[in-house]
Design a protein around this ligand. Structure first.
Ligand SMILES: [Zn+2]
Length: 332
């Protein structure tokens, strides 16, 4: 199995999971043309489209590719009426197979109620390192906003992902890592793993490579949304040491909204957390790729693409995705 990152839109990633028989699956066909080009470049046929959730920037190429290449479109069964091209509804625990690849479906509500992640076990002898495709649920060093779910749902969803083997590589829907780590350093300044991760991410971006493909073990050490039990994070955010992890998670989610947006936490409101931080500065991102990862080869599937600029994408940080999709006519 090889994973090929396909930059789409301004900072989305689609992924080809390339099997052994000249076929591939695409996870989150954001746009048809870069996926089509990646298939051509890799010399593989498309066998299926697996969607993590219904947001337009993850499914924009579904119908065109499915019609053209006669493949099934997989997504959560509850999204039958809103996920373009959906032909196969799946739910937690289901298994999907295509291109000689088998994935276990995890239902991970929070960002949306129909969000799913696809877990592909690693080859034996590869350090147990499989791959999980998390869409906008778990980002490298971050997590998606809570458009439809509650903090408790998202916390449970993230917890279910952390139960996968620690060597599992995380392939998420956006190149948000540098901003996410900036927030991580803000809430947990003495976390040396975060400091090192920031250096690695900055170096990768300077080389024009993606930052995705971190392991779940790394995420546990650096991702504040997986660290609700961190004493330092709780102190930063004024969450009592004895408070439930869901309360702390909601506080982190809320503080992230304040940090990047100056208000609102995507469902974390009402926690009463005040953080004395300003709006994040301008950060530019470029979704290009290069060799990355030990177990799977991730590489660029094409040249840098022209940007589809949404003003909020350029001006805001981690959760610019929210404003980007909110401003898009096709998004419900
Ligand atoms: Zn989304």
């Amino acid at each position: 199995m090889r994973v090929v990152a396909v930059p789409c839109l301004s900072d989305n990633y689609a992924y080809l999971i390339v099997g052994d028989a000249g076929e591939a699956i695409v996870v989150d066909a954001s746009e048809a043309s870069p996926v089509r080009e990646a298939l051509r470049r890799e010399g593989v046929r498309l066998a299926a489209i697996w969607s993590t959730h219904h947001h337009w920037d993850h499914v924009g190429g579904n119908e065109e590719l499915a019609r053209e290449l006669s493949v099934e479109v997989v997504g959560h069964t509850s999204d039958k009426r809103r996920l373009p091209g959906l032909t196969r509804g799946i739910d937690a625990g289901d298994t999907v197979r295509a291109a000689g690849i088998e994935a276990r479906c995890l239902h991970v509500p929070g960002h949306t109620l129909g969000a799913v992640a696809y877990y592909v076990e690693g080859a034996s002898g590869a350090g147990g390192g499989g791959a999980v495709f998390t869409g906008d649920t778990l980002f490298c060093a971050g997590c998606g906003r809570l458009f439809e779910g509650t903090p408790a749902q998202m916390h449970a969803s993230l917890t279910s992902l952390t139960k996968l083997p620690g060597g599992t590589r995380v392939y998420c829907g956006h190149e948000y890592t540098e901003n996410n780590l900036r927030f991580a350093a803000h809430v947990e300044p003495s976390n040396a793993d975060v400091t090192r991760a920031r250096e690695r991410a900055a170096a990768a971006r300077a080389r024009g490579e993606p930052t995705i493909g971190t392991t779940l073990d790394e995420e546990r050490r650096t991702n504040p949304f997986l660290r609700a039990d961190s004493a330092e994070i709780r102190t930063t955010l004024g969450v009592p040491a004895g408070a439930d992890d869901v309360i702390a998670f909601a506080a982190i989610r809320s503080a992230n909204g304040v940090y990047f947006w100056g208000g609102g936490g995507g469902g974390g409101g009402g926690v009463g957390v005040v953080v004395g931080v300003g709006v994040g500065g301008r950060v530019s991102r470029r979704a290009t790729a290069g060799p990355h990862g030990a177990t799977h080869v991730v590489r660029n599937a094409g040249p840098p693409r022209s940007r589809v600029r949404a003003p909020a994408v350029d001006a805001l940080g981690t959760d610019c995705h929210a404003r980007s999709i909110a401003s898009h006519a096709r998004h419900p």
